[in-house]
Design a binder for this molecule. Structure first.
Ligand SMILES: Cc1cc2nc3c(=O)[nH]c(=O)nc-3n(C[C@H](O)[C@H](O)[C@H](O)COP(=O)(O)OP(=O)(O)OC[C@H]3O[C@@H](n4cnc5c(N)ncnc54)[C@H](O)[C@@H]3O)c2cc1C
Length: 394
């Protein structure tokens, strides 16, 4: 691997850093101070500023106003955007829209591109990906999917119960996983449908309250009740649901790693600064070896996480599925980020717990990263299966 960074990417990273420092972090500080949630108007102002700075939709082609960057090129760009939780939202590269952009870009037909992808790419729409179901439905084990779609005349009737559908409060359309063939194995018998928000039969029960500050767009619980969709609502082909979900999830897991690495890096910088300025027991905290070790362990782990992310991104760019490498990166980075944030809160003491710094908010928000897009245990299972397959006798 070549570890050097092309000059044009270095320049973009620099501009993203400037944008996040000048436009995003002041708003983050203000929201933290007042305890208010980000409003749609504030987000649209930030998005207008990102577009004006030429920093909109890093992965989308230029004809839709994007930056046309590859999965390898976005690694440092997303990290720079991710230095604030608001950065990716401002630049059109936050989950789940960013994963849905990738999915639609590669699999939507011409009509779906016009109707769904172009408005999403331009920041004129929001989207949701609706796969997880409450027990006894599909969660860690997607084969347990219960949502069904059955042919009824010239349409499909979708019935099911989903939850934790991120962006569900604001999404203009939902990408829904449903079982279309009860006889086939779920991996071959499921299909993705795109449903506009106003389609009759999408009943949003509630925004599920989650740990920490409210996430923009929420995580909703939905009943799909005789949701009637035409054949043209199918993304890809009937039976391709899991193949497409996997194609979406691989890069989406890595982009989570990139963004969260930005948060953890900023946390480390905040903690190092506090440790250098705060005095205790006759000198700065940074003079105490146990504090130095917390900083050193965090810096080393972040470097390892970055390298794992870069390697998996490089493999994806070569056209590999990189299933195991993506699992390793997602598992390691999610756990590293939580450990780094924990140490940074510890170093900053009472100020780390207070809302005067963003650390406590990030600490709460990062916890879910070890669960969504595959819990750590599931990724360990993927890695273990690979090890056993490679090295078992015979
Ligand atoms: C903030 C947030 C946002 C989300 N956004 C979306 C979204 O937009 N769309 C969507 O479809 N879903 C979304 N999800 C759902 C998420 O993907 C699921 O929560 C995740 O896949 C785990 O499923 P589950 O919650 O049903 O956990 P379960 O399947 O009930 O598992 C519970 C726990 O059991 C353990 N476990 C599971 N399998 C194994 C195993 N093989 N070996 C050992 N232990 C195991 C793990 O510790 C796991 O955390 C979101 C979740 C959160 C928290």
């Amino acid at each position: 691997m070549d570890f050097s960074r092309p000059r044009h990417i270095e320049a973009i990273v620099h501009r993203v850093r400037q944008f996040v420092d000048a436009q995003v972090i002041p708003l983050e500080t203000d929201l933290l101070r007042t305890g208010a949630d980000l409003s749609m108007d504030q987000l649209q102002d930030l998005r207008a500023a990102a577009k004006a700075a030429g920093l909109w939709a890093p992965t989308m082609p230029s004809e839709w106003g994007g930056m046309g960057l590859t999965i390898q090129e976005i690694v440092p760009v997303f990290e720079a955007a991710g230095r604030s939780l608001l950065g990716p939202l401002a630049m059109g590269c936050a989950a789940p829209d960013e994963g849905n952009l990738h999915l639609l870009h590669h699999w939507a037909n011409a009509e779906q591109v016009e109707r769904y992808l172009v408005p999403l790419a331009r920041g004129e729409a929001f989207s949701a990906f609706s796969m997880t179901e409450p027990p006894p439905g599909a969660g860690s084990d997607p084969r347990m999917i219960q949502t069904s779609a059955r042919h009824d005349g010239d349409a499909w009737l979708i019935n099911g119960h989903k939850w934790l559908t991120t962006n569900g409060e604001i999404a203009d359309f939902f990408i829904i996983m449903a079982r279309t063939d009860m006889e086939a194995h779920p991996y071959q018998g499921c299909t993705l449908f795109i449903a506009p928000r106003d389609a009759p039969g999408i009943n949003i029960l509630r925004d599920v309250p989650v740990m920490g500050a409210k996430d923009f767009g929420g995580h909703v619980e939905i009943i799909y009740d005789n949701l009637r969709l035409p054949d043209s609502a199918i993304l890809g082909e009937a039976g391709q649901g899991f193949m497409l979900a996997q194609a979406r999830l691989g890069p989406a897991r890595l982009t989570h790693c990139m963004r969260w690495t930005g948060i953890a890096q900023r946390a480390l910088e905040i903690a190092a600064q506090y440790a250098s300025e705060r005095e205790a027991f006759g000198g700065p905290l940074a003079a105490h070896q146990s504090v130095q070790w917390m900083l050193a362990d965090s810096a080393m782990e972040l470097k390892m996480g970055r390298l794992l992310t870069q390697e998996a991104a490089w493999l994806l760019a070569q056209g590999e599925q990189a299933r195991v490498e993506t699992s390793i990166a997602k598992l390691q980075v999610s756990e590293i980020v939580c450990r780094v944030l924990d140490r940074c809160v510890q170093i900053c003491g009472g100020r780390g717990i207070s809302r005067d710094l963003p650390l406590s908010t990030w600490y709460e928000k990062a916890r879910a990263f070890r669960i969504y897009d595959g819990a750590s245990e599931v990724h360990r299972m993927v890695v273990a299966r690979d090890v056993i397959k490679r090295y078992s006798a015979g």
